[in-house]
Write a protein that binds this ligand. Structure first.
Ligand code: FAD
Ligand code: NAD
Length: 467
């Protein structure tokens, strides 16, 4: 029987463990914090639960326009401990569900830390396990080891989080009340999501962006549309502003920007990226290849350079999404156990930024098309023209579709809309299954619906074909 040890119980680790158990392997997961990993306990799940509360507040915006007298946003108060309590309860419940699922599947779950041992024994690998509850360290010899240890918020030496005023995204749920004025440092996806949620909850937000726009890695039209919404709702956005240092003042924080300018607020949220948890795994001693920045080097079936040692998820830096981590983990196990497996394909991965409105993307990007205009034809339809959007009072957002110039095959899309994370599915299915704009356009959508804009965009690209 194959013996598999998985270090880390986030989406990469636990999804891999479920596949291994299904294939009758003897599988152990060693996890330091709790089943589900950082994804469930401190990153993805808590942030989306927090955003769910901010969405409730958003429901009270502009009610007068609909003929509903609610008192508006001014009448809404947010009970921070109650919101945070819900966030933590939901994360723990999700973690406990995952733990139960693993145990039911026959996975040996160990609460503790693990690292590679210092010797290899022929065709097995030694893993040293240190249980959390003071039990003695012990060794397990495995035929396959999966490293799935995730990542940790990056700390700038001149802006060290103290958990009170200078915070990482993992510490915000311990605040007794909402910040009065939150300065968010870093306008990547994490920074933008928190800035959006706090703004919705009535917090004064300043977003410090080191680039010329928020979310520099996202579709520029989409990022600009969201930046405009942020500004219109009162967010202060400081573009081309790198934070050099963050200091505590008497009752707040002072952020020093490159160039010497300072900004003051009550709290600072550091959202300047993450570093992989790979320092204490014994990788160098074991000869496992690590790229600059500490990411474990893997191929498209999650193999490291050492046979039998695989890695998956954020510790590889391939694409830090829960969905990708899970697939990398499954692929690793399928490969190790000799199942037929297709290498990881990133070109059809859909991603979503949970701002208000949301921003979802799949397939080729505008940057790729701009660099190689023969790659695609495209159309961008503002939602403002959509009947359902008008009924719902939606003025911002759009649908963008890319297709191959001759065949009309759909190769990508962008949606900016309140539920873009749901609306992107038809485009993802089209990209994944090589559907054409004709096929999309011939699909009858619900009337009225936002998804009608997707088929409408496809129809416009179809008409172009007849020119
Ligand atoms: C604020 C935020 C919001 C996000 N939102 C989304 C989202 O909406 N959608 C999405 O797809 N992705 C989202 N992500 C990304 C997503 O959280 C990660 O891609 C995902 O968590 C990666 O999973 P993983 O299994 O690689 O690692 P993790 O979830 O980080 O789990 C790794 C686990 O390994 C443990 N560990 C580390 N070292 C050891 C050791 N030596 N021994 C034992 N255990 C160890 C850690 O404690 C951790 O629990 C978000 C990220 C952040 C920061
Ligand atoms: N909804 C989601 O799926 C979701 C949500 C959050 C994160 N994630 C994943 O996590 C990844 C990382 O996102 P992230 O936003 O945490 O990190 P990031 O590295 O993408 O963004 C950090 C930003 O901070 C900026 N920065 C760094 N130092 C700075 C300084 N001193 N002053 C001002 N700005 C500074 C960087 O230029 C960068 O734009 C994403 O690519 C995504 O894959 C996904």
């Amino acid at each position: 029987m194959s013996r598999i040890v998985i270090i880390g119980g986030g989406p990469a680790g636990y999804e891999a463990a479920l596949v291994a158990a299904q294939l009758d392997a003897d599988v152990t997961v060693v996890e330091a914090e709790g089943a589900g990993g950082a994804c469930v306990l401190s990153d993805c799940v808590p942030s989306k639960t927090f955003i769910a509360s901010s969405d409730v507040v958003t429901g009270y915006r502009d009610t007068e326009e609909f003929g509903v007298h609610s008192g508006g946003l001014e009448a809404v108060t947010v009970d921070a401990p109650a919101v945070h309590g819900r966030v933590k309860r939901l994360a723990l419940a999700q973690s406990s569900d995952i733990h139960a699922k693993l145990v039911k599947a026959g996975v040996n779950y160990v609460h503790g830390t693990a690292r590679l041992g210092d010797d290899t024994l022929g065709h097995t690998h030694r893993v040293i396990v240190t249980p959390s509850h003071g039990d003695a360290e012990y060794a397990v010899d495995a035929t396959m080891v999966l490293l799935a240890t995730g990542a940790t918020p990056r700390v700038l030496p001149s802006a060290v989080p103290d958990g009170e005023r200078i915070l990482t995204w993992r510490q915000v749920y311990d605040l007794a009340e909402l910040p009065e004025h939150l300065i968010v440092i870093g306008s990547g996806v994490t920074g933008a999501e928190f800035a959006s949620a706090y703004l919705a909850m009535g917090v004064a937000v300043t977003l410090v962006s080191s680039r010329d726009r928020v979310m520099p890695h996202e579709d520029a039209d989409a990022a600009m549309a969201i930046e405009q919404v942020f500004r219109a709702r009162g967010m202060t956005i400081l573009n081309n502003s790198r934070a050099n240092a963050v200091r505590r003042t008497g009752d707040g924080v002072e952020v020093e920007l490159a160039g010497g300018r300072t900004v003051t607020g009550s709290h600072a949220l550091m959202a300047v990226g993450a570093v992989p948890n790979t320092a204490n795994l014994g990788l160098t001693e074991y000869g496992v290849g690590v790229a600059p920045g500490g990411y474990i080097t893997v191929d498209r079936v999650s193999r490291t350079n050492v046979p039998g040692i695989y890695a998956a998820g954020d510790c590889t830096g391939v694409l830090p999404l829960a969905s990708v981590a899970a697939m990398q983990g499954r692929i690793a196990v399928w490969h190790a156990l000799g199942e037929a497996v297709a290498p990881l394909r990133l070109s059809t991965v859909a991603a979503n930024v949970f701002t208000d409105p949301e921003l979802a993307t799949v397939g080729v990007s505008q940057n790729e098309v701009d660099a190689q205009p023969t790659l695609a034809r495209q159309v961008m339809l503002p939602l403002a023209g959509n009947a359902r959007a008008k009924m719902a009072g939606l003025e911002d957002g759009f649908v963008k579709l890319f297709c191959r110039p001759l065949s009309g095959q759909v190769i990508g899309g962008v949606v900016v809309a309140p539920n873009a994370s749901e609306l992107i599915l038809p485009i993802t299915m089209a990209v994944e299954n090589h559907l054409t704009v004709d096929q999309l356009a011939h699909t009858i959508t619900i009337y009225p619906s936002l998804s009608g804009s997707i088929t409408e965009a496809a129809r416009q690209l179809m008409l172009h074909d007849q020119d």
